[in-house]
Design a binder for this molecule. Structure first.
Ligand code: GTP
Length: 662
């Protein structure tokens, strides 16, 4: 395929606006997959089990299609992007391999927080943007109004806007046409030295690491000897091919083409995202790469049975082969023994990983409360602390801490006007500062200044590499919050409340500590806006803050795995709430157990768990054998999730779920 018949594109959108459904239609329309294989709601590119279960795309997938237009066969490479901005890193690396993007907007919901952020990432990369309004089959859709919104928000000409239903297939052929007509072909020269941009990797049990690459210049064939600009390691290519949509080997990969290569890479760390591969002995200047994904949320993971640590560590290692953005470090806790401290891009990312760990490897685990990375500033150095157990007692002058800083984010929330007051209250109660708002529909001037400010902040925070490192803005809608917190089935478009799209909408911006939004913020955002708010954020750097370590004691013994870092203004409230929750979730033991919260040497809350008898069948009438067995089984099942800490048995909820049970 010569470059001029190749088109590399992505679909970018707010969560649930229909990316995966449109991808399926495009694959069908080009005959890449048959209608039967997609069935009614099955999304071919959503490969991982958790993706199917939750209806969100987690890992970007790539697929090639053939389409004939103007008598010429075209090779269209679709690079699917994840829907949740916890995965923004994947979005930006997908876009790095493209020349164009379909900006998909739900015609019933209009522009949402993430539509704005992905638009700017694509724009900054210089991509051609094709605006597409989806779900026009729904009676609540208002394509003209939303097209006007695209004009006022992004300066998009309404006559460029396509209107489709990805569900019924209406208008989708115009999308194919626009991809070919509007998106420029990639540049590249087959006669130049090989330059292949590595933008993703997969792990295959048999072949090891499979790298996804876009060929900039040169031709890559099986048997070629190549080297990495980043690691300088050498490899022999054992297979090249395209994703069609599964891997299909080909004779070569030509300039502009997107495909996979297998070259006996053993460790996934060898496939460095953003790396440039070149022919051995023919070095080239590397293409601009990526900054590594930045972990924003950390949690400890421990096996329930300490003997299972090796198995757990292996499981984690295997999972990180397919999810490179998780950071792993060994951790040891006096309460929970040996474990791993994992770093995630956001809370949904953490939740998805936890589910995959439990599902795919059948591992029984304890996950501790999420923490964000704090900076502890001493006179001569600054230490990044992402584990509460390592947080110093700031009130103790011997600790010599000058100050503590916490990560903050610049948040934007889009809501119908009537919920603006509620949202402001919500932000204030989460220590927000610099609150500001503008109306999104109230004319081009105010709306575009709102969106411009969002773009410029992202650039300002990371001037060297703005699109990749505008660290994980994490928006959510009501549906995301569901998925994040209680893993309920994905809301379908039809189940989504009809939008109040005729009401003017406002965009509220503020600076808010990251720690405030990793707990129950999404839930509250959802319930206090009746599900209408959409939320997005980007890195806002660090701010000095008055923080303290809170320790919980069971039977007068501190449980290190339960430690938290809290803002002093909230310590009383947090201490009391946690102690109450622990009291609720810890089953009564054979003896009385005092549960206390302490900051420094001061106890700030206490509850007492009274003693009970252990025999769960004791209270049962008669001795009905089956009933008795069932109770014992239940007790056994819940035991599996229990961890003995000192003399007290703690359930998983005591460590993690307490945070989100409200
Ligand atoms: P993420 O991968 O999580 O970002 O979601 P997505 O953007 O890929 O959305 P997805 O394709 O999963 O669609 C979300 C919901 O909208 C699903 O229930 C789809 O069936 C539904 N949907 C998508 N397109 C249309 C459409 O044109 N009309 C209607 N009525 N529903 C649609």
């Amino acid at each position: 395929f010569p470059c001029d018949v190749i088109r590399n594109f992505s679909i970018i959108a707010h969560i649930d606006h229909g990316k995966s459904t449109l991808a399926d239609r495009l694959l069908e329309l080009t005959g890449t997959i048959s209608k039967k294989s997609t069935g009614t709601n099955q999304q071919v590119l959503d490969k991982l089990k958790v993706e199917r279960e939750r209806g969100i795309t987690v890992k970007a997938q790539t697929a090639s299609m053939l389409h004939t237009a103007n008598g010429k066969a075209h090779l269209l490479n679709l690079i699917d992007t994840p829907g949740h901005v916890d995965f923004a890193w994947e979005v930006s690396r997908s876009l790095a391999a493209c020349q164009g993007a379909l900006l998909l907007v739900d015609a019933t919901q209009g522009v949402q927080a993430q539509s704005i952020s992905v638009f700017h990432v694509a724009k900054e990369r210089g991509l051609t943007i094709i605006p597409v309004l989806n779900k026009i089959d729904l009676p609540a859709s208002q394509p003209e109004r939303i097209a006007a919104q695209l004009q006022s928000t992004f300066g998009i000409d309404p006559s460029d806007v396509l209107q489709i239903s990805a569900k019924t297939g209406k208008g989708v052929e115009h999308v194919l046409h626009a991809i070919i007509e509007r998106i420029p072909p990639p540049h590249g020269n087959a006669d130049e030295p090989l330059k292949a941009f590595l933008f993703d990797s997969l792990y295959d049990r048999y072949r090891g690491v499979i790298s996804l690459v876009r060929i900039q210049d040169g031709v890559l064939r099986k048997g070629d000897k190549i080297a990495s600009c980043h690691t300088r390691k050498k490899y022999e290519v054992t297979e090249v091919g395209v994703m069609y949509p599964e891997e299909v080997p080909t004779a070569s990969l030509q300039p502009g083409q997107v495909g996979y290569i297998a070259c006996n890479m053993k460790e996934s760390s060898e496939a460095h995202i953003g790396d440039t591969l070149h022919r051995l002995g023919v070095p080239v200047d590397p293409m601009p790469g990526f900054q590594p994904a930045k972990a924003m949320v950390y949690a400890g993971v421990f096996p329930v049975d300490s003997n299972d640590f090796i198995k757990l560590e292996e499981s984690i290692k295997r999972l990180t082969l397919t999810d490179r953005s998780v950071t792993v470090q060994r951790e040891s806790s006096s309460a929970l023994g040996q474990g791993c401290r994992l770093g995630f891009l956001g809370t949904l990312h953490m939740d998805v990983f936890r589910q995959r760990l439990e599902d795919e490897y059948d591992a029984s685990i304890i996950v501790t409360a999420p923490t964000v990375p704090y900076k502890v500033v001493y006179k001569d150095r600054t230490v990044l602390v992402s584990n509460p157990t390592e947080f110093p007692d700031v009130s103790d002058t011997a600790s010599k801490v000058k100050e503590v800083q916490e990560p903050v984010v610049k948040a934007s929330i889009i809501v119908p006007e009537e919920y603006l007051g509620e949202m402001m209250d919500l932000c204030f109660s989460h220590r927000a500062e610099d609150l500001d708002h503008r109306y999104l529909d109230a004319g081009a001037a105010s709306a575009s200044s709102a969106s411009t400010s969002s773009a410029s902040t992202s650039t300002a925070s990371t001037p060297s590499n703005p699109p990749n490192s505008s660290t994980a803005p994490i928006p959510t809608t009501h549906t995301t919050a569901d998925a994040t917190v209680d893993a309920s089935p994905p809301a379908t478009a039809n189940a989504t409340p009809a939008p109040t799209s005729s009401a003017p909408r406002a965009i509220l911006t503020c600076t808010i500590p990251l720690s405030e939004i990793v707990t129950d913020f999404f839930d509250q955002l959802k319930s206090r806006s009746s599900g209408y708010a959409s939320f997005d954020y980007e890195d806002g750097g660090y701010k000095t803050s008055d923080l303290a370590k809170m320790v919980f004691l069971l039977n007068s013994k501190p449980v290190d795995a339960l430690a938290l870092i809290v803002h002093r203004s909230a310590q009383q409230h947090v201490g009391r709430t946690w102690v109450k929750k622990l009291h609720k979730v810890i089953p009564r033991q054979l003896f009385e157990v005092p549960i206390q919260a302490a900051v420094g040497k001061k106890i700030i809350a206490r509850e007492t768990l009274s003693a009970m008898r252990a025999d769960v069948t004791a209270g049962l009438y008669g001795g009905h054998y089956e009933r008795k067995m069932k109770h014992l089984e239940n007790q056994k099942a819940s035991k599996r999730r229990m961890k003995r800490v000192g003399s007290v048995e703690l359930p998983q909820e005591a460590f993690f779920d307490v945070l989100s049970t409200g």
